[in-house]
Ligand binder design. Structure first.
Ligand code: ATP
Ligand code: BTN
Length: 246
């Protein structure tokens, strides 16, 4: 109904890597890759996404980018909103967003999002949107070096993963349509309403560089706005940034 082709895998290294290979082999986007198990699930900046079999959702949607870089503005934040909506429809009420695109419940990470681009840098034409959701996982198969949770831990019952995949796809389709039609600006307020750290003092790190300030929200492009101690507003964007609350 959504018009996405579907690839269902048992075990893959990473659904993002798989989708990138399919694109290189000429597969037509949009398509979805789902796996039961990832042996090299990846997070941002080369980190590992712990991906045990048969408990969670490992989901990658490959899309054509229609109007160049415009189509990417705020895209990862929009995906965060779509995942949040799917979690709420599944009964997780207290979930919130951490800039740029992690989903937390009470300080514990429940889902992560990783966007990767495909194609010649001068002429990028596809993006793969990777989403990992902890669904029925209650003890981690690997080491997760920060607080985490799962939907099951939150709602106290097993979750039907196929049902959740459908809810997630519907939600993504809906949010991507708004983003394509109206741009990120139309979703900015909704994102800010769900911002876990709105008004809190934060530290932003980029390698060894650190900036401290109060998180005042995001701009029309989805960049982070910090009010620094010298009362100047500064905006930040880019995939290599990491935000911590003080
Ligand atoms: P930031 O990028 O802002 O520093 P982060 O610490 O969450 O945020 P990411 O690269 O976004 O880092 O996510 C990868 C991290 O997520 C891993 O280093 C690990 O701490 C955590 N992690 C790995 N697997 C899972 C999982 N299944 N559930 C929750 N968290 C996980
Ligand atoms: C993060 O928080 O750093 C992002 C984690 C993204 C994990 C998902 S699981 C499906 C897709 N395949 C991957 O290898 N990573 C993403």
């Amino acid at each position: 109904r959504l018009g996405w082709s579907l690839w269902i895998r048992d075990t893959v290294d990473s659904t993002n890597a798989d989708a990138l290979r399919l694109l290189q082999g000429g597969a037509n986007a949009p398509f979805l890759v789902l796996a039961e198990h990832q042996t090299s699930g990846r997070g941002r900046r080369g980190r590992v996404w712990v991906s045990p079999p048969a408990q969670n959702i490992y989901y990658t949607l490959a899309l054509k980018i229609s109007n160049g870089s415009q189509g990417l503005t705020g895209l990862s934040l929009v995906v965060g909103l779509a995942v949040l909506e799917a979690l709420r429809r599944t009964g997780v009420e207290k979930a919130g967003l951490k800039w740029p695109n992690d989903i937390y419940v009470d300080g514990a990470k429940v889902a992560g999002i990783l966007l990767e681009l495909s194609g010649d840098p001068a002429d990028i034409c596809h993006v793969v949107i990777g989403i990992g959701i902890n669904v029925n996982m209650t003890s981690s198969a690997g080491d997760i070096d920060q607080p985490w949770t799962s939907i099951k831990s939150q709602i106290g019952s097993l979750v039907d993963r196929s049902g959740l995949v459908n809810i997630l796809s519907e939600s993504l389709h809906q949010y991507l349509a708004i983003h394509a039609r109206e741009g990120f600006g139309a979703l900015r307020d909704e994102w800010q309403r769900n911002n876990m750290w709105q008004g809190r003092r934060c530290t932003l790190s980029a390698g060894n560089l650190q900036v401290k300030g109060v998180m005042i929200g995001i701009n029309e492009q989805g960049a982070l706005r910090l009010m620094t101690d010298d009362h100047k507003e500064q905006c930040f964007s880019g995939g290599e940034l990491s935000l911590r609350v003080e």
